[in-house]
Design a protein around this ligand. Structure first.
Ligand SMILES: Cc1cc2nc3c(=O)[nH]c(=O)nc-3n(C[C@H](O)[C@H](O)[C@H](O)COP(=O)(O)OP(=O)(O)OC[C@H]3O[C@@H](n4cnc5c(N)ncnc54)[C@H](O)[C@@H]3O)c2cc1C
Length: 373
């Protein structure tokens, strides 16, 4: 007789792996399905962790190059070894993803490598890259398939000159002029990395403020600080297209305030215009699991998909990412204890968690410029 799991989780990012550990700790027979060869999802592989590793390294470089002398520390020449910096980042990623694999083993979570989809509310099919197919029977399913970078219709990713955050974490050389489309946290964070390493960085932002939904006072202060560091901002400006040539890219844009049309010449364009839920190909439409227009799975206060009380969803596939971590930390409870998530659904919390997430960047900038909080 084939084994029946209590819970099968699709996706091994922070939503999936934290939940898997928690479910196993609560005594549930748990499996996790991951399409990539390493566990940890966006966060560990191409998100929070590598970006913070590069922020850390680039800050050391910038300090040594431009700020040590203020402290009376004289360094004759400071050089950049980008491959070495990338190697350090990759080692951090590797160590942490291996740590997640260890956690799975330690907690006796069965890991299936392959693309998961829902055959029924009690059946998950795992398609391996070798063409194999495996069907897993389960009492509960958790969808934790995360999100992918948004592309813009007139700026299709080519992975070289028009890139997403994933490629911006692994550039082989420092761009002379990096054009960042989108002044949200990811664009500013990666812009900071390359600015510190020597790029000119221009940010084109549709809105009249950076940092998305954050408090306007913080956004304005943040923008002033970043400008002092060398960022160039084109606010209330819409990118209308890009023309590629061998070594450069010309971005055309239109001011929303006066309709003025202009262009920027750069060598790399980072499109950081948000992320969209990764829910296609899961078979959820066939089962009638509802999503919103963006593709986010609609869930109730217990993170259950409407219509099926045993199908749950968590993380970026249900909401904007600022809230994810907090929810992920709590949702293991749902499998065994069914606690309510009302508190974390409220608008108040969305706002404050978003502010909290960004706080570290603000603090650092403030520290550098000797403002007080
Ligand atoms: C550059 C960058 C920096 C960031 N920095 C921060 C930060 O500082 N703080 C913060 O809180 N957040 C940050 N984030 C956001 C954070 O990474 C996400 O919110 C978080 O990873 C979401 O977790 P998740 O588990 O929902 O999805 P993900 O981490 O995206 O994981 C989903 C997993 O599911 C797998 N998957 C998808 N579909 C299937 C399928 N059908 N079958 C099997 N596997 C599947 C994917 O391969 C992936 O491994 C950052 C993101 C980026 C891109």
């Amino acid at each position: 007789m084939s084994e029946i799991f209590d819970v099968v989780i699709i996706g091994a990012g922070p939503g999936g792996y934290v939940g898997a550990v928690r479910a196993a700790q609560l005594g549930l027979k748990t499996a996790i399905v991951e399409k990539d060869s390493t566990l940890g999802g966006t966060c560990l592989n191409v998100g929070c962790i590598p970006s913070k590793a590069l922020l850390d390294s680039s800050e050391h470089f910038d300090m040594a190059k431009s700020h040590f002398s203020e402290h009376g520390v004289e360094v004759n020449s400071v050089g950049l070894n980008l491959p070495k910096m990338m190697e350090r980042k990759e080692k951090i990623v590797k160590d942490l993803t291996k740590g997640v694999a260890y956690l799975m083993r330690k907690n006796k979570v069965t890991v299936f490598e392959g693309l998961g989809s829902l055959e029924s509310p009690n059946m998950v099919v795992v398609a391996g890259s070798d063409g194999s197919k495996k069907t897993i029977e389960t009492k509960n399913i958790v969808i934790a398939t995360g999100s992918v970078p948004n592309s813009l219709p007139n700026l299709a990713f080519d992975g070289k000159q028009i890139i997403s955050s994933t490629e911006a974490l692994s550039l082989e050389k420092v761009p002379e002029h990096l054009i960042v489309v989108g002044g949200g946290v990811i664009g500013l964070e990666l812009g900071s990395v390359w600015l510190r390493l020597g790029s000119k960085v221009s940010v084109v932002e549709f809105s009249d403020k950076i940092c998305g939904g954050m408090d306007k006072q913080i956004c304005d202060q943040m923008k002033r600080i970043l400008e002092k560091q060398g960022f160039h901002f084109h606010m209330s400006t819409k990118v209308t297209g890009a023309r590629l040539s061998k070594d450069s890219v010309s971005v055309t844009m239109e001011s929303l305030s006066d309709g003025n049309v202009s262009s920027l010449e750069g060598d790399v364009v980072l499109v950081a215009a948000g992320r969209r839920p990764y829910t296609s190909g899961l078979g959820i439409d066939r089962l009638g699991i509802e999503t919103d227009k963006a593709g986010r799975i609609l869930v109730d206060d217990h993170l259950r998909a409407k219509k099926y009380p045993n199908v749950y969803a968590i993380g970026d596939c249900i909401l904007d990412y600022a809230c994810t971590r907090r929810r992920c930390g709590r949702y293991g409870d749902y499998c065994g204890q069914k606690r309510t998530c009302k508190l974390f659904n409220s608008a108040w919390n969305r706002l404050h968690l978003a502010r909290g997430c960004f706080c570290w960047l603000y603090r650092r900038a403030v520290k550098r410029k000797r403002f007080s909080l």
